[in-house]
Design a protein around this ligand. Structure first.
Ligand SMILES: [Ca+2]
Ligand SMILES: [Ca+2]
Length: 525
C-alpha cells in the first residue's frame, strides 16, 4: 500500500511538472505576457500597404544609404555588392518596455549570402552606411544581428545573436561577434517560402527573441531563439533596421516593423483618453481613405489615359509573389542560357582553330613533299619539316626559292656540259669521216709490222752471232779446215755488230719522227 501511494504521488508530481513546463513555454511564446497592457505604437511602426508614400518617404521613419522604400516593403540593402542601408525611427521611445515584430526576407540566388540584417535599439541613430551591417560601430544599446555570412568559418551561420554595447566596444566581425554576444541561436533565415519573422520583447529587464522560420504562413509558429535576464538597456532609444552586402549579396526586405509598448496593469498612462483618441484616429483614417479613394476615382474619370498609364507604371514597379518567383526562375534560366551560348561559342572557336591547324598541317605536308623531290640531288640542303600547326614564314619561302634557283643553275651547267660533249663527239666523228681510214689504220699496222720485222731481224742477227760463236769455239780443231779469210774482203765481228746497232737506231728514230709528224698533222683537221 505504501508503494502504491508513493507511485501516485510521483505520477502527480510528474504531471504537475509537465503542466508547469507547458505553462512556462506558453507564457514565453505568448505575445502578451500575463497581466500586461499592450499598445500599438504607430509612430514606431511601418507596414504595407502604403508603407512608403508616393514621394518615397516612410511616415515617422528616416532611411538612407542604399535603402529603398516602396509601398510594400523597405529594401534595406539590395542584392548588389557592397550595399549598405538603414531605416531609423524619427523619435526616441517614450515607453520603458516594448515588443517589436519584424517581418522580413533575406533572399539571394547564392547558396551563401552576405552580410546580413540587424535590428537596433540605441540611444542615438546609427549611420546609413556604417561598418556593422550598415550601421555604426560602438553603439549604445542593443543589436539583434541576423548574420548570414560565416566570417570565422565555423560553419555556424546564418546565426542570430543579441549583442549589447555601451558605446565603447568595437564589433568583432572576424568572429561573427561570438566573443561579445549576450546570447544567440543558429537559424537559417535565408530563402524561405514565406517571410521570416522575429519577435523581440523587452519587458522587466528580460530580453526574449522569438523566431518564425518562414516555412509556414501561420502567424503563431514562433520558436524560442534566446532569452536573457537582467538586461539593462538605455531608458529611451531609437529603433532601427540596417543591412549590408559584401562580395556576396542578398536582398534584405523588411515588410512589417510593428512596435507595441508593454505596460504593467495600472501603469497604462491615460488609458481611457488614449482609447478615445485611438477610436477617433481610426475614424479619421477611415474617412481619409474613403476620401482618397473617391478623389482617385474622380481623377481617373477626368484623366483616363494618365490614370491608366499611372496604374501601369505602378504595376511595373511592383510585383506579386508569383511574379517574383517567375522572374527569379526566368533570370536563372536566362543565366543558364547565357552560359550555354558562351560554351557553344567557345566550342565553335575551338573547332575553327582545329580546322585551321589541320589545313596548315596538310599544306605543310604538301610543301614538304614538293620540296623534298627536287632538293634531293642538291647536296647539303636539309628537308623542311613543318610541325603541326606551324605557319610557313617568309624565310622558309625564301629558302625554297633559293633552292630552286640553285637547282636551275645546276641543271643549266649540266646541259652546257652535255652540249660540249655533244660538240666534241660530233667533231671527232667528222674528223674520222674526213680522215683517210687506211692511213689511220696504217699507223698502227706499220708500227706493229715494223716491230715484228725488227724482232725477226734481231732474231736472225742473234742466230748469225751464235752460229759465228759456235764456229769460233770450234776453231782450235777446225781452224785449219775453215778457209782462211781473204785479208782485204773480210769484215770484223765488232764492226759488223756496231753497223747493225746504228742501222737499228736509225730505223727506230725515223719511226718516232714519223709518228709525231702524223699526230701533228691530225690536229689541223
Ligand atoms: Ca558574419
Ligand atoms: Ca560564424
Amino acid at each position: 500500500m505504501q508503494t502504491t501511494g508513493s507511485k501516485l504521488v510521483l505520477q502527480f508530481l510528474a504531471f504537475f511538472h509537465i503542466f508547469i513546463a507547458q505553462n512556462y513555454v506558453a507564457a514565453n511564446l505568448n505575445p502578451s505576457p500575463i497581466g500586461v497592457h499592450r499598445r500599438f505604437e504607430y509612430k514606431y511602426s511601418f507596414k504595407p500597404p502604403y508603407l512608403a508614400q508616393k514621394d518615397g518617404t516612410v511616415p515617422f521613419f528616416e532611411y538612407g544609404g542604399n535603402a529603398i522604400a516602396s509601398s510594400e516593403s523597405v529594401r534595406v540593402a539590395p542584392s548588389l555588392r557592397s550595399q549598405k542601408g538603414a531605416i531609423w525611427t524619427k523619435t526616441q521611445t517614450n515607453f520603458d518596455w516594448w515588443e517589436v515584430e519584424i517581418v522580413f526576407r533575406v533572399t539571394g540566388r547564392g547558396r551563401i549570402g552576405a552580410d546580413g540584417l540587424a535590428f537596433w535599439y540605441t540611444t542615438e541613430k546609427g549611420d546609413y552606411n556604417g561598418p556593422v551591417f550598415g550601421s555604426s560601430d560602438r553603439w549604445n544599446g542593443l543589436a539583434i544581428i541576423f548574420d548570414s555570412f560565416d566570417n570565422d568559418n565555423k560553419h555556424n551561420n546564418p546565426y542570430i545573436s543579441a549583442v549589447l554595447n555601451d558605446g565603447t566596444k568595437q564589433y568583432d566581425h572576424a568572429n561573427d561577434g561570438t566573443t561579445q554576444l549576450l546570447s544567440g541561436c543558429l537559424r537559417d533565415f535565408r530563402n524561405k517560402p514565406f517571410p521570416t519573422r522575429a519577435r523581440i520583447e523587452y519587458y522587466n529587464n528580460v530580453l526574449t527573441v522569438l523566431i518564425h522560420n518562414g516555412m509556414t504562413n501561420n502567424n503563431e509558429d514562433y520558436e524560442m531563439c534566446l532569452r536573457a535576464d537582467n538586461v539593462l538597456l538605455p531608458k529611451h532609444g531609437y529603433f532601427g533596421v540596417s543591412a549590408a552586402t559584401g562580395g556576396l549579396a542578398d536582398d534584405h526586405d523588411v515588410f512589417h516593423f510593428l512596435t507595441t509598448s508593454l505596460h504593467a496593469v495600472g501603469q497604462m498612462p491615460q488609458d481611457a483618453q488614449k482609447v478615445d483618441n485611438q477610436e477617433k484616429l481610426t475614424q479619421e483614417y477611415k474617412e481619409y481613405q474613403e476620401k482618397l479613394e473617391k478623389q482617385k476615382q474622380e481623377y481617373k474619370k477626368e484623366h483616363p489615359d494618365e490614370a491608366h498609364k499611372d496604374e501601369e507604371e505602378w504595376e511595373e514597379f511592383y510585383e506579386s509573389e508569383n511574379q517574383r518567383e517567375l522572374r527569379q526562375i526566368w533570370q536563372g534560366q536566362s543565366q543558364i542560357f547565357e552560359h550555354l551560348r558562351e560554351l557553344s561559342r567557345k566550342v565553335d572557336e575551338i573547332i575553327g582553330r582545329q580546322e585551321n591547324t589541320l589545313s596548315l598541317v596538310s599544306r605543310g605536308l604538301a610543301v614538304n613533299a614538293g620540296a623534298a623531290v627536287p632538293s634531293a640531288p642538291v647536296a647539303g640542303v636539309p628537308q623542311q619539316q613543318f610541325p603541326a600547326g606551324a605557319t610557313i614564314t617568309r624565310p622558309d619561302v625564301d629558302l625554297l626559292i633559293a633552292n630552286q634557283n640553285m637547282l636551275l643553275s645546276s641543271i643549266r651547267e649540266i646541259r652546257q656540259l652535255v652540249g660540249d660533249i655533244n660538240v666534241r663527239t660530233d667533231s671527232i666523228q667528222t674528223n674520222q669521216r674526213n680522215a683517210p681510214t687506211a692511213q689511220i689504220q696504217s699507223t698502227g699496222y706499220d708500227v706493229q709490222t715494223l716491230i715484228a720485222e725488227m724482232r725477226d731481224g734481231m732474231n736472225q742477227v742473234k742466230q748469225g752471232i751464235s752460229h759465228v760463236g759456235q764456229r769460233l769455239g770450234a776453231s782450235p780443231q777446225g781452224a785449219a779446215q775453215v778457209a782462211p779469210c781473204p785479208t782485204g774482203n773480210c769484215v770484223g765481228v765488232t764492226l759488223f755488230l756496231s753497223v747493225t746497232v746504228v742501222q737499228l737506231l736509225l730505223v727506230f728514230i725515223y719511226n718516232i719522227f714519223k709518228n709525231r709528224s702524223e699526230a701533228q698533222a691530225k690536229k689541223f683537221y
